[in-house]
Design a protein around this ligand. Structure first.
Ligand code: SF4
Length: 508
């Protein structure tokens, strides 16, 4: 039975979700350390990247054991579970689903045994775009088998890595990784070795850190900080790293063509994380400054939509000279994650999440700074709530350009048709959300704030230029494998047995 931790999540109001992150990964090789606990705290630091499921794989040299479950990291693991996960290397995963539904079978790390008697466990941040092709390859190897059915791209990769008993995992990785298309920051392991690999575009982050007695890899530098590891460097795009008692080996499986996700700076990454040498918090403050310079307005108070709008609101206030204040309080502890809200509660909508400070707001002309607009439902409710609380004007400022295109590399925004900026121009969106004015930061100013060369960034959700080619429409999307299994538009394929099926522990 999963335990609620009292925190409000988007589960409470599924009609009103913002961008959903695509997972956090963590790996550690450290003989003599409690690797399961290090992984637990690493995942805890990465919880913002995925809240649907969590899992840890561990090895003491004789076999790989996986424990995974739906829920938050703090709900899935307790002292006794962690104490049962003994070993010298471990990987972990916090999941938000981008390919395959939110089911136990799709939780990670995935696990697959080879006929040579070894095991492969794998955790993935990102999303592949040649999933259909990979499913056919797996089917052709004949390694699909009985067992619980998983429908995620990660399990296909695990199957391919484990498909040839005569190859070492390292050899298999060097053959399989170049055949993958899309975004992948992987951590994976067998009984003895920790591996990390990043797609040639380096769409999702992945960093390498050093412990006194070992090595750590993680999605974000903040996870290194939390386990006391020092940052060594980023895992390079197109690089495979292997770590075992022989030390650290680095091999290149593809030429790097860097296209880091610009949305990591806007919203996804923690503010205390560093990407390509640039602090995320500093970047967000700078975006806010540029937003103010581009879109000035006469107002009395700048307030953030907490918490993701906070650094940009600070920057907006600094550059505009308008005082900064808190006008909205986030309700972090109003519901239990696994209790479905009643219809009455659901109708409260945004009030479940944010409550206005009426004394601060009353009689004021407000600038409200938020990170992005996806469907517009949140901002419409927010503007109405601020007016009811006594605001005389509400000017909405957004620290990213209009999101017009879906992401196929690991972020679940919404379908193209659901994106409000796909059908309406800025004036239309302003009218739809009921604001007195609405402005977005331009793409040029956003890029400038990251201090990254434009050519090294993916901006496809803003400009529609996808840096990794996409397959035909019917072979992409979150439920592509469910579609293939049903034979939608294709010859039905044999189901792929879940690598999580055999050898994985389940909560009794
Ligand atoms: S499409 Fe947007 S969210 Fe997706 S990887 Fe590119 S910049 Fe990031």
């Amino acid at each position: 039975m999963l335990r609620g931790d009292g925190k409000l999540t988007h589960e409470l109001d599924p009609s009103d979700t913002g961008p959903q992150d695509a997972c956090g990964v963590f790996g550690v090789w450290a003989p003599g350390e409690d690797v399961a606990k290090l992984t637990y705290y690493g995942l805890y630091a990465l919880q913002h990247r995925g809240q649907e499921a969590a899992g840890i794989a561990v090895s003491a040299g004789t076999g790989v054991v996986v424990y995974k479950e739906l829920g938050l990291v703090s709900q899935v693991f307790d002292e006794s579970t962690l104490a049962s996960l003994q070993g010298h290397l471990a990987i972990g995963h916090a999941r938000y689903s981008t390919t395959g539904g939110s089911t136990w079978e799709n939780a990670q790390p995935t696990l697959r045994s080879t006929s040579a008697g070894t095991s492969v466990a794998l955790a993935h941040n990102g999303n592949l775009v040649n999933t259909g092709e990979l499913a056919r390859k797996v089917a052709a190897t004949g390694i699909g088998a009985q067992g619980p059915v998983s429908t995620n791209d990660t399990s296909l990769v695990t199957s391919l890595l484990a498909s040839d008993p005569d190859r070492s995992l390292e050899q298999a990785a060097l053959e399989v990784l170049p055949t993958l298309r899309g975004a992948f920051s992987f951590v994976f392991m067998d009984e003895h070795t920790l591996y990390a690999a990043r797609d040639p575009q380096g769409v999702r982050p992945l960093v390498l850190g050093r412990l006194e007695s070992g090595w750590v890899v993680a999605s974000e530098t903040a996870a290194l900080d939390i386990v006391g590891a020092s940052m060594v460097r980023e895992v390079e795009p197109g690089e495979l790293i292997a770590i075992d008692e022989g030390g650290l080996r680095s091999e290149r499986f593809a030429m790097p063509e860097p296209k880091g996700c610009i949305f990591e700076y806007v919203y996804l990454a923690r503010p205390d994380t560093t990407i390509a040498g640039r602090g995320v918090h500093a970047t967000r403050v700078e975006i806010g400054r540029r937003l103010a310079a581009q879109n000035p307005v006469d107002a009395d108070l700048v307030i953030p939509v907490p918490e993701s709008g906070t650094p940009a609101a600070v920057g907006y206030a600094q550059a505009s000279g308008i005082p900064y204040g808190l006008g909205l309080v986030k309700n972090s502890y109003v519901g239990r994650t696994f209790i479905q809200p009643s219809q009455t509660i659901r109708q409260l909508g945004i009030r479940l999440k944010l409550n206005p400070l009426r004394d601060v707001i009353r009689g004021k002309r407000l600038v409200v700074v938020d990170d992005s607009i996806v469907r517009g439902n949140t901002q419409r409710a927010l503007v109405r709530m601020l007016r009811e609380a006594g605001a005389v004007e509400v000017h909405v400022r957004i620290s990213s350009p209009p999101v017009k295109w879906p992401c196929f590399y690991g972020i679940d925004f919404a379908s193209k048709a659901e994106l409000i900026a796909n059908g309406l121009d800025t004036e239309g969106i302003r009218a739809a959300i009921g604001a007195d004015s609405l402005s977005y930061v331009s793409l040029d100013e956003l890029v400038a704030a990251t201090e990254q060369p434009r050519k090294r960034l993916c901006m496809a959700c803003f400009d529609g230029k996808y840096p990794i080619p996409l397959p035909a429409d019917d072979m992409i999307g979150k439920h592509v494998l469910e579609g293939i299994e049903r034979g939608v538009g294709h010859e039905p394929l044999p189901l792929v047995a879940s690598p999580g099926g055999a050898g994985a522990l389940s909560r009794p």
